[in-house]
Write a protein that binds this ligand. Structure first.
Ligand code: NAD
Ligand code: TYD
Length: 350
C-alpha cells in the first residue's frame, strides 16, 4: 500500500490526478493538501470524498509545521507537488504570491520530505518527490524547433520565473543531497474541472453565455495542447519508472494557435448547442505583456524511456471537454456567479 501526498489536489490537474489514481490503483492512500485558493474547489472531488483511500487536509504548502506534521503522521512514499499559483495574467498583476507559493512552498515540501526520508546512508527505499513543472520555464520558441529537457531555462512571466526558480531548487536537492526526485514539464493541459480563466474553459463558458471572446494580440500564439488524463498517466509512469534526478518533458504534439482553438469551440457550439453563436463574438483585445509566442514540446525522452505517449488527439479531446462543460453546467455556474465574475469584469472590461 503506497501513500501519496498530493498537493493542490483540489485544482484542475490535481483533482483529475486524484480521480485517475483512485480508479487505476485499488490499494493506495492519497492525502490531498490544498489551501483552497480561488482555484481550489472541493466540488471537483465530490465523487471520491467518501473513498477510504482519500484524505483531504486544508492547508498551505508554505506552512512548515503543518507539512512536517503530515510526514510524522503518515508514512508518505510519494509527494506530487501540483500546488501553485498557475495563471500568467494574475502573475503579471500580483507577482508576490507566485514567489511565495511556487518557490517557498516547493522548498518547504522538499525539505520536509528530505528530513522524513533520510537515513544514515541515503534515503528510505521507494520514496520519491515529483515536481509538476511547466514547459513555460523554457521561454518562447520561434517558428522552428522544440523544447527538449536540455533546453536552457529562459522564463519570462512572473509565473514561469517562479516555476523555473522552483525547478532549480528541486535540482539543488538532487545535486546537493541526492534526494530521490523527478521533475516533469508539461505543455498546456485541457479537460474537465479547469478554472474558466484559462483559454479553453473561458472560451467555452463565454460561448455558452454569448459573451465576447477576448483574443490577446493577433491570436496566433501557439500552445501544445495536452489532454489532462494523458498528463495524469505520464505522472503515474514517472513516479513508477522515472530515473532518479531526471527531468521529463510531457507534450501532446498538438500545436494549435489560439484562434484555431476559439473557432473550433465556436463551431461546435454553433452546430450542437446554439446556432446563433458565431465568430462575431470574437473580440481582439490588448496583448498580454511579454506574451510568449510559441510553446512546443519534444516528448521523445518520456516515450523512449518510459513508453508514454499521448492517447488523445486534440480533435477528440476538445469535443470531450466541451461535452463535459455542457453536462456540468452547474459546476461552471457556481464558479462564475461569485467573486470570480467581479474579478473578470474588473480586469477584462468587456
Ligand atoms: P490550478 O490553479 O487549477 O490549481 C492549483 C491548486 O493549488 C488549487 O487547488 C489551489 O487551491 C492550490 N494551492 C494554491 N496555492 C496553494 C498553497 N500555498 N498551498 C496549498 N495549495 C495551494 O492549477 P493547475 O492548472 O491544476 O496546475 C497544477 C500544476 O501544474 C501547477 O504546478 C502548474 O504550474 C502546473 N502546470 C499546469 C499547466 C496547465 O495547463 N494547467 C501546464 C503546465 C504545468
Ligand atoms: P492560458 O490559458 O492563460 O495559458 P498560458 O498562457 O499559460 O499558456 O492562455 C493560453 C493562450 O491563450 C495564451 O497565448 C494567451 C491566450 N489567451 C487569450 O487570447 N485570451 C484569453 O482570454 C486568455 C485567458 C488567454
Amino acid at each position: 500500500m503506497k501513500t501519496y501526498l498530493v498537493t493542490g489536489g483540489a485544482g484542475f490537474i490535481g483533482s483529475n490526478f486524484v480521480h485517475y489514481m483512485l480508479k487505476k490503483h485499488k490499494d493506495i492512500h492519497i492525502i490531498n493538501l490544498d489551501k483552497l485558493t480561488y482555484a481550489g474547489n472541493l466540488e471537483n472531488l465530490k465523487k471520491v470524498e467518501k473513498n477510504q483511500g482519500y484524505t483531504f487536509v486544508k492547508g498551505d504548502i508554505c506552512d512548515k509545521p503543518l507539512v512536517e506534521g503530515l510526514f510524522k503522521k503518515y508514512d508518505i512514499d510519494y509527494v506530487v507537488n501540483f500546488a501553485a499559483e498557475s495563471h500568467v495574467d494574475r502573475s503579471i498583476r500580483e507577482p508576490e504570491v507566485f514567489a511565495k507559493t511556487n518557490v517557498v512552498g516547493t522548498v518547504t515540501l522538499l525539505n520536509a520530505a528530505k528530513t522524513a526520508w533520510e537515513t544514515e546512508n541515503g534515503y528510505k527505499e521507494g520514496k520519491k518527490y515529483l515536481q509538476v513543472s511547466t514547459d513555460e520555464v523554457y521561454g518562447s520558441l520561434g517558428k522552428e524547433g522544440y523544447f527538449m529537457e536540455t533546453t536552457p531555462l529562459d522564463p519570462h512571466s512572473p509565473y514561469s520565473s517562479s516555476k523555473a526558480s522552483a525547478d532549480l531548487m528541486v535540482k539543488a536537492f538532487y545535486d546537493t543531497y541526492k534526494m530521490p526526485l523527478n521533475t516533469t514539464r508539461c505543455s498546456n493541459n485541457y479537460g474537465p474541472y479547469q478554472f474558466p480563466e484559462k483559454l479553453i474553459p473561458l472560451m467555452i463558458n463565454n460561448c455558452l453565455s454569448k459573451k465576447p471572446l477576448p483574443v490577446y494580440g493577433d491570436g496566433l500564439n501557439i500552445r501544445d495542447w495536452l489532454y489532462v488524463e494523458d498528463h495524469c498517466k505520464a505522472i503515474d509512469m514517472v513516479l513508477d519508472k522515472g530515473r532518479i534526478g531526471e527531468v521529463y518533458n510531457v507534450g501532446g504534439h498538438n500545436e494549435r494557435n489560439n484562434l484555431y482553438i476559439i473557432k473550433t469551440i465556436i463551431s461546435y457550439v454553433h452546430d450542437n448547442v446554439d446556432s446563433s453563436v458565431d465568430e462575431s463574438l470574437i473580440k481582439y483585445v490588448e496583448d498580454r505583456k511579454g506574451h510568449d509566442r510559441r510553446y512546443g514540446i519534444d516528448p521523445e525522452k518520456i516515450k523512449t524511456e518510459l513508453g508514454w505517449y499521448p492517447e488523445t488527439s486534440f480533435e477528440a479531446g476538445i469535443v470531450k471537454t466541451i461535452k463535459w462543460y455542457l453536462d456540468n453546467k452547474s459546476w461552471m455556474d457556481n464558479l462564475t456567479s461569485g467573486t470570480y465574475e467581479e474579478y473578470y469584469k474588473k480586469y477584462y472590461k468587456i
